[in-house]
Design a protein around this ligand. Structure first.
Ligand SMILES: [Zn+2]
Length: 509
């Protein structure tokens, strides 16, 4: 074996991916395969005969160790599978993923834009995108309100002191956008809402009779992500969180977690994304990354296991993925083309209540430490939408579609235009999102346009429709159950309004 040339101390911190000059490489491992020994974590396949099918995907020029003063080399990217079928499926998935790319669809369907003047990682939501985002959020908030949550609102900048107390200043200081006021005080753009919500709880002394207290808020938080890591909506600097916090006694946690779990399940069943549950635990080998004592962690982790078992849900445990203040359930969503994304989360927090000294007066008249449960259903709206746009390929169900019904005119005669405008008014009275295409174009072109915009329902108004007040709606393919027949305009509009209210994904027409 040749002597290696890598000395961590010769590499700069950027190459090592660390913030300081100190090398974080404390163990180097080899992987041996017969006579071949590689400086690599492995695993390797035993021999190329084991590779059933492979495809070289692309080549690219790279500099030795990423430094442009070093010699250039060719890097070859490939994928391998045990069977041709698996390779075929994978390539098809990639093809499909390309078509569904949310950045592409976001532009085609006019959902969001980025502006160089505003800056990277700061999406601007267009009117259409805002409808989609708002409708999804409205649903989450409706489910929460049914479970007893109350909406609150907090400011977007906050004194450093709050984050020092919550532990975020020490833990996430690099990710905070900091502001120095003209008087020299340090503020930060809020990176999360939990510390603020503790202040509502702490505003008066609570009795055990007041608990649980549940706050919800969909609001933007800001994190100074590195430019190189930003990508479409998947990772942004302005993140809309559908945040919620429950303040309760230890004895109430199970009930609260189960109720939040119901919300998560209901929401994801409606949007058609299948869930897998992961219990994220702390890593005892990396103890300094977490607040609290060993006993506290052991107790709450066992409590979480019990909750999942009592619920009868299958779950997997993942060591090292807990929040620094407590263990959590992470929900992994499987999209329409089989990819998995982390979506919702329910977190048990016994640390922030300590930090902020949150108590209630119990039955004995004594102060009792309470706990917090955090829950995000979509999590980051931006990241959720990057998943949801690709999951649906932009074909949103009628309840959250930016445009629910499009009305097309066959020509511009008075009677037809008047009828079409009248239908728009009637639709609006029912709260529908409706548009009129009265352009001097052929009906064929207008229908194709409506299809490109993936509008759930399109109706064409000609002389016959104007006379009879009946329409035969065109239904977007994925929603269609049967062949529609002519129906009274009011019946059609009412059906669409009912589908929207019931948040169904198939047409009832
Ligand atoms: Zn929180």
């Amino acid at each position: 074996m040749r002597a290696g040339t890598t000395l961590a101390k010769d590499l700069d911190s950027e190459m090592l991916g660390t913030a300081s000059d100190e090398s974080k490489v404390d163990e180097v491992s080899f992987y041996t395969n017969g006579t071949f020994c590689d400086l690599c974590r492995g695993p390797h396949v035993e021999h190329t005969g084991k590779v059933g099918a492979f495809k070289l995907m692309r080549v690219g020029g790279v500099y030795w160790r990423g430094k442009d003063t070093n010699p250039q080399m060719q890097r070859i990217y490939g994928v391998a599978f045990s069977s041709k079928q698996e390779l075929h499926d994978h390539l098809q998935m990639l093809e499909e993923a390309k078509k569904r790319d949310h950045r592409k669809l976001g532009q085609e369907l006019d959902l969001f834009i980025f502006s160089e003047l505003v800056g990277p990682g700061l999406p601007l939501w267009t009117p259409r995108g805002t409808v989609l985002k708002t409708e999804l959020d409205k649903y989450v908030q409706e489910l929460r309100d049914q479970a007893g949550f109350m909406q609150v609102t907090v400011p977007h900048i906050t004194k450093k002191d709050l984050y020092e107390k919550s532990g975020h200043w020490a833990k996430f200081s690099d990710e905070l956008f900091k502001i120095t006021t003209r008087e020299g005080h340090i503020f930060a753009m809020k990176p999360m809402n939990c510390p603020h919500h503790t202040q509502f709880y702490d505003a008066t002394q609570r009795s055990y009779r007041d608990l649980p207290i549940r706050y919800r808020e969909s609001t933007m938080v800001y994190r100074d992500e590195q430019t190189g890591e930003l990508g479409g909506l998947s990772r942004v600097r302005s993140i809309t969180q559908d945040d919620a916090h429950v303040f309760c006694r230890y004895s109430q946690v199970e009930q609260e977690v189960l109720s939040l779990w119901d919300i998560v399940e209901t929401f994801y069943a409606t949007v058609g994304i299948e869930l897998r549950v992961r219990l994220s635990l702390h890593d005892p080998e990396n103890r300094s990354s977490y607040l609290g004592t060993d006993k506290q962690w052991a107790d709450v982790e066992n409590a979480m296991r019990k909750i999942a078992t009592d619920r009868g849900s299958a779950y997997e445990e993942e060591v090292g993925d807990a929040a620094f203040y407590g263990p959590k359930f992470d929900f992994m969503g499987r999209d329409a083309i089989g990819r998995e994304h982390q979506v919702a989360t329910i977190q048990f927090d016994f640390n922030q209540p300590e930090g902020f000294d949150l108590t209630c007066i119990n039955e004995e008249g004594e102060k009792e430490r309470i706990v917090m449960v955090h829950c995000a259903v979509m999590g980051s709206h931006e990241r959720f939408l990057s998943v949801y746009i690709e999951h649906t390929a932009g074909k949103f169900p009628v309840w959250c579609a930016p445009e629910q019904v499009r009305i097309l005119t066959v020509n511009q005669t008075d009677e037809i235009v008047k009828t079409a405008e009248d239908i728009v008014d009637r639709a609006k009275l029912l709260g529908l999102r409706v548009t009129l295409d009265n352009a001097q174009e052929s009906v064929g072109k207008k229908i194709r346009d409506s299809e490109l915009w993936k509008v759930p329902y399109t109706i064409v108004i000609g002389e016959k429709e104007a006379e009879s007040d009946e329409v035969t709606p065109r239904i977007r393919g994925d929603m269609k159950v049967g062949e529609p027949t002519p129906m009274k305009v009011d019946n059609f509009l009412k059906s669409v309004a009912n589908e929207s209210k019931a948040r169904v994904s198939k047409s009832s027409i």
